[in-house]
Design a protein around this ligand. Structure first.
Ligand code: SAM
Length: 304
């Protein structure tokens, strides 16, 4: 069952899209004082070596964060185009690599954790079912000495989310939550589980902000997922945003594979600022990361 290891894919174009969307959403939510419950249902290992065996074998970061950093933060110091959302993301990645060499890539738990406010105002619940990745995640998080603000559970994230919604009220008595749902879709049933999870979460806590990543691959379930999510949101009168990035097909060299070419982010109850931020950012991502035929980006919103 568990052949997926995120270390092979860390920092690829899909992570770039996912983490830029996540970061821009977090920034907006953090503008309000009230504490937030963060849930990462499929957390991965938390931190990844880009110069380690896994990453070097797959080489996916080379077509993601490595290319992006080289193009937009050239060592020559030459001026390069950017956007506030991209700058924020590249600053965050640079902060994990203080000597200027891109060696470490932060996964979603660390993207979230790096913005959390102390004084226990915010809390982060991480779920990871792979025993090795869960152990690595626990060790990586322990280094931060986060006390009870961050917890790691070796548990199914779809199941683990249920009792957390609705989240407890913060000191100002408002309830706030951001949930990232980022399965590997290694098992076909993940698609239906995502839909059921959003449906149930919208009943338990309709005002939560839910972010779903999914791969765009020739499989009916993948194609149907955003359509089903839109219907759920429209029926529940919740707003949504749907962003996709396709890096296109490259001309293959010997022993090369096309790999994943496109993915999408679906956000339920997105911040009102997110569309404008991605509107500028996605075309730049397409231009920098695009490899050829089919490269494209889309952005649509609706509901509520
Ligand atoms: N969210 C991470 C990030 O952005 O850095 C990447 C997560 S990766 C795409 C998906 C992870 O989910 C894998 O590490 C996999 O072992 C884990 N996983 C698979 N099924 C799971 C489940 N039912 N509950 C929790 N974790 C699961």
């Amino acid at each position: 069952m568990f052949s997926y290891r995120h270390a092979f894919h860390a920092g690829n174009h899909a992570d770039v899209l996912k983490h830029i969307t996540l970061l821009a959403t977090l920034r907006h939510l953090m503008k309000k004082e009230a504490g937030i419950t963060f849930v990462d249902t499929h957390a991965g290992a938390g931190l990844y070596r880009l110069d380690g065996d896994y990453a070097e074998k797959a080489g996916e970061a080379a077509e993601g964060i490595v290319r992006l950093m080289a193009a937009l933060r050239p060592v020559s110091g030459a001026a390069a185009p950017s956007t506030p959302a991209l700058d924020d993301y590249l600053d965050l990645i640079a902060g994990f690599n203080p000597d200027g060499q891109l060696r470490v890539y932060p996964g979603s738990p660390f993207v979230i954790q790096s913005l959390m406010r102390t004084e226990s105002r915010d809390r982060l619940k991480l779920f990871e079912l792979h025993p090795t990745d869960s152990r690595t995640l626990t060790a990586n998080i322990a280094q931060l000495d986060p006390g009870r603000q961050v917890t790691v559970a070796l548990q199914d994230g779809f199941e683990g989310l249920k009792p957390l919604m609705p989240p407890p009220p913060s000191t100002s008595s408002s309830r706030r939550a951001l949930v990232l749902i980022d399965p590997s879709y290694e098992i076909k049933s993940d698609y239906a589980k995502v839909t059921a999870c959003i449906q149930e979460s919208l009943k338990r806590f309709p005002t939560g902000c839910y972010l779903v990543w999914y791969p765009i691959i020739p499989r009916a379930e993948a194609h149907d997922l955003p359509r089903r999510l839109k219907t759920l949101c429209n029926n529940a009168q919740r707003s949504w945003l749907h962003a996709t990035l396709n890096i296109g097909h490259k001309v293959l060299g010997p022993n090369e594979r096309q790999g994943l070419t496109a993915s999408g982010m679906f956000v339920v109850n997105p911040p009102h600022t997110l569309k404008a931020e991605l509107q500028d950012t996605l075309p730049l991502l397409r231009d920098v990361l695009g490899r050829g035929r089919g490269q494209a980006q889309t952005l649509e919103t609706g509901g509520a």
